[in-house]
Design a protein around this ligand. Structure first.
Ligand code: NAD
Length: 401
């Protein structure tokens, strides 16, 4: 059993190790909050989640969704994710340790929690999930689709699609933060080729979500009235060239189109629904990798923090499941999306961020932006700088559920 002192090892926007105790504390804090707030959820017997499948349930919005429904509603959950186990003295990924911690707390609280670590895009993992659900869980009344991946091997063609974060049509230049040097620099991103656009849609668009939901429906594993939700982002116009109007935005439009098709199918077959929920910008492994967005988030956290309207990943998902989805039908926007980003997109918030944007530079980064909040949030994702952990002590890293 290797015990070792684990110090953070980062390379730009990616951290290559994780601290098991820090991850465990993060999960425990989310569990406590879900238990506390879940009691006040205004759910009805029809909207109380009983059996949930969470795709991408080990980190970020997927983990937060899983914890919200498991501890808020005592739902039985199956989490599917793609994480690296520990090996010799190499730590596992954060999502692995998050799941170890979640599993322990679920056992403590006598909650059913099953996990599949593998490629959710593959037929094998889909088959494994179907068998497990049929054997131990059916019928499923909630499917959360929260995958964020740089690539997908297509199950029919065998082709590997790599997603890119690029503008479409013209190059885009704006400010960004170099996370390794804390410098505000300018970045120019060349426009994507047609092939890159198609590849990004293949990875982050709606095809795989549709495959999952259609499979579960065809196998008779969805409960009457079952719901499915996939996550998206819109954000401010200053990031649109690289987000909403860029390759990832094309993929999100594809996701919205899939939602419309799935909604029609589920309404017809089981009286269910499919929605896209547009969430707020929060620090996750996926969002930290997008150019320009970390600098925008730093300003956003400052502005929303001052207004006391900021929510972290877990708080967003508690609001989604305990309030917005508690009733029979959630409020939808003109494109039939659920908006959990309403506080981020408020006019006063966006005006203040837009006013700070031209001013922010390396020198004033720590005074006019909430970069410290962003940076700590980033380190927290991997279990570092988490309250209540003594990082000078050796930690057991060979942990499994
Ligand atoms: P994340 O990186 O924290 O989580 C990604 C999850 O996907 C992890 O559980 C990972 O294990 C899993 N995963 C990746 N590839 C996989 C594969 N091949 N098979 C199985 N699992 C795989 O990301 P996140 O930021 O929580 O993103 C989740 C969704 O939320 C995305 O659709 C993203 O666009 C959306 N979203 C994010 C933000 C934000 O600010 N972070 C805002 C709005 C919407």
């Amino acid at each position: 059993m290797p015990e070792q002192v684990v110090n953070m090892r980062a390379r730009g926007f990616i951290c290559i190790n994780a601290h098991p105790q820090g991850c465990a504390n993060n999960v425990a804090r989310q569990v406590d909050a879900a238990q506390r707030e879940g009691r006040h959820a205004k759910i009805t017997p029809e909207t109380r989640v009983k059996n949930a499948l969470i795709l991408g349930g080990s980190t970020g919005y997927g983990l937060a969704s899983r914890i919200a429904v498991a501890w808020g509603f005592q739902a039985r959950t199956l989490g599917v994710f793609f994480e690296r186990p520990p090996e010799d003295d190499r730590t596992a990924t954060a999502g692995w340790y998050n799941t170890v911690a979640l599993d322990r707390l679920a056992k403590r609280d006598k909650l059913f929690a099953a996990h599949i670590n593998g490629d959710a895009f593959s037929d094998e993992v889909k088959r494994e999930a179907v068998e497990l659900i049929r054997r131990e869980m059916a019928p499923i009344d909630l499917v959360v689709y929260s995958l964020a991946s740089p690539r997908r091997v297509h199950p029919r063609t065998g082709e590997t699609h790599n997603s890119v974060l690029k503008p479409i049509g013209a190059a885009y230049t704006n400010k960004t933060i170099d996370l390794s040097t804390r410098k505000v620099t300018e970045v120019t991103i060349a426009p994507a080729s047609e092939k890159e656009i198609e590849d990004t849609v293949a990875v982050m668009g709606g095809e795989d979500w549709e495959m999952w939901v259609r499979l579960l429906e065809a196998e008779g594993l969805l409960a009457p009235g079952a719901r499915t939700v996939a996550y998206s982002y819109i954000g401010p116009s200053l990031t649109w060239p690289v987000y909403r109007d860029g390759t990832i935005g094309r993929a999100k439009v594809d996701l919205e189109n899939a939602a419309a098709r799935l909604d029609a199918l589920l309404q017809k077959k089981i009286g269910g629904h499919a929605w896209v929920a547009v969430n707020k910008a929060v620090v996750t492994q996926a969002s930290a990798a997008i150019p320009v967005v970390p600098l925008y988030m730093s300003l956003l956290f400052r502005v929303m923090g001052e207004k006391k309207t900021d929510e972290d990943t877990a708080a967003q998902m508690r609001r989604l499941f305990f309030e917005i989805l508690a009733g029979k039908m959630p409020a939808l926007d003109e494109a039939r999306r659920i908006r959990v980003d309403d506080r981020e997109m408020r006019e006063d918030v966006q005006n203040e961020v837009a006013a700070l944007w031209p001013q922010v530079n390396t020198e004033n980064l720590s005074t006019i932006s909430g970069y410290a909040t962003f940076e700590r949030g980033f380190r927290n994702l991997f279990g570092f700088e988490v309250d209540g952990v003594d990082y000078s002590l050796p930690a057991e890293t060979d942990l499994r559920w």
